[in-house]
Design a protein around this ligand. Sequence first.
Ligand code: ARG
Ligand code: ZN
Length: 466
Amino acid sequence: MASKFARPALALVATPVLAALLVGAATSGGAATPGAPGAGDPYFPLSGNGGVDVAHYDLDLDYTPTTRRLEATAELAVTATQRLSSFNLDLSGLNVDSVRVDGRRAGFSRNGTELTITPARTLDKGRRFTVVIGYSGVPAHVYDPDGSPDGWIIQPDDSVFVASEPQGAMTWFPSNSHPTDKSTYDVEVTVPDGWTAVSNGRLRDQRHRAGKTTFSWREAKPMAAYLATASIGRFQVEQYVTADGLPVYNAVAPSQAAATKPVLDQLPAVIEWETKLFGRYPFEAAGAIVEDAPDVGYALETQTRPIYDRAPSIGTLVHETAHQWFGNSVSLTKWQDIWLNEGFATYAEWLWDAEHGGLSTAQQFAADYALPATDPLWSFPAADPGDGGHIFDKPPYERGAMVLEKLRRTVGDKAFFTILKTWATDRRYGHGDTRQFIALSKRISGKNLDSLFNTWLFTAGKPATP
Ligand code: ARG
Ligand code: ZN
């Protein structure tokens, strides 16, 4: 019979204890749990991570091209977005030598491309902390599902082509590698004399010591990890300041210099022309990295300073420069929306051609529309590549540009160019998704554009009418 009284007595004792526990948990953001291994992107489920937001990367790289060995330290300024017992970063290959969180030694383990870090103490939600990771080894690029090399891509002549879209950042630094997380960067690269290391933003310092040269770069505007570079070569370097005060740094492989010059000399004019169309240039530097890397097979809009696998055509220069507004300043929230990058950059090429003696945009559209229903252009709708293996196929680029030409015809030139400029301006340094672009187009034009976007962005097959 004692139990009849014992229960309420126990409850009386337990309640304040429980309440205290609950209050404690609530003020520190609930129970500490591990951060998710991915940012939740269905196309690249392990890219990025849950529970962490990186404000700044400070990368210190020492690289010897002839041995291909990298000795590096990465210092990350992170905010916990949940109460964390552990968290992940993305890292492929390489050896992790040490991990410290706020100066204290932290535990870590590796599983595929996931580096799991367990700090000595849990990290409350909202807490800012520093992670310092010492790592080393011979970096190896990965292959994307479309078969392209991605990341730290070493060339036969020992130069390095560093282009990381969509997932290669993890091949050269521990990162929260999804475009939802944008960060500022300090990248310092030490290479043997005679080699040049080129990253994003402004060159702050270049110094020689004991047969090595250290290049210190700073990207002061938010940047997605895939847009970071630290490319290394025996470059010819050209530096100047444009009439608008923008510092330009070009690094060109000698074998490409002659073919590159007439095109790259037009960079200030291209930036000026795109500024009129899209609004203020979003970054504090510009330039190009031109390598002799034909096996890479693509160029990338690395922030402020696109990288080319050969001397670019003017079309490619216009394309990668347009990405500075569309893709770099205004970033994706999921890879499925890649047409917001590639369709816009392709449409910039159409506009350039139209104003420089080439086809009009109507003629470009007509030429594309004339392609038979079996052409790869129609293999899937622009805003629905289906998986990560098709994001760089023809539809997001070419059909994406067709969507913009259709929009322009429907809303008129004035509303159309206001939409482009407003998109770039209102979302500068942030993000935008397809739904938001549709909403903006409707708001500015005052038109119902549902059937246009449904047909051209989301419906499989060749649309019945142009
Ligand atoms: N965004 C680049 C461009 O259109 C293409 C990158 C292709 N990357 C790849 N892994 N296939 O300029
Ligand atoms: Zn592109």
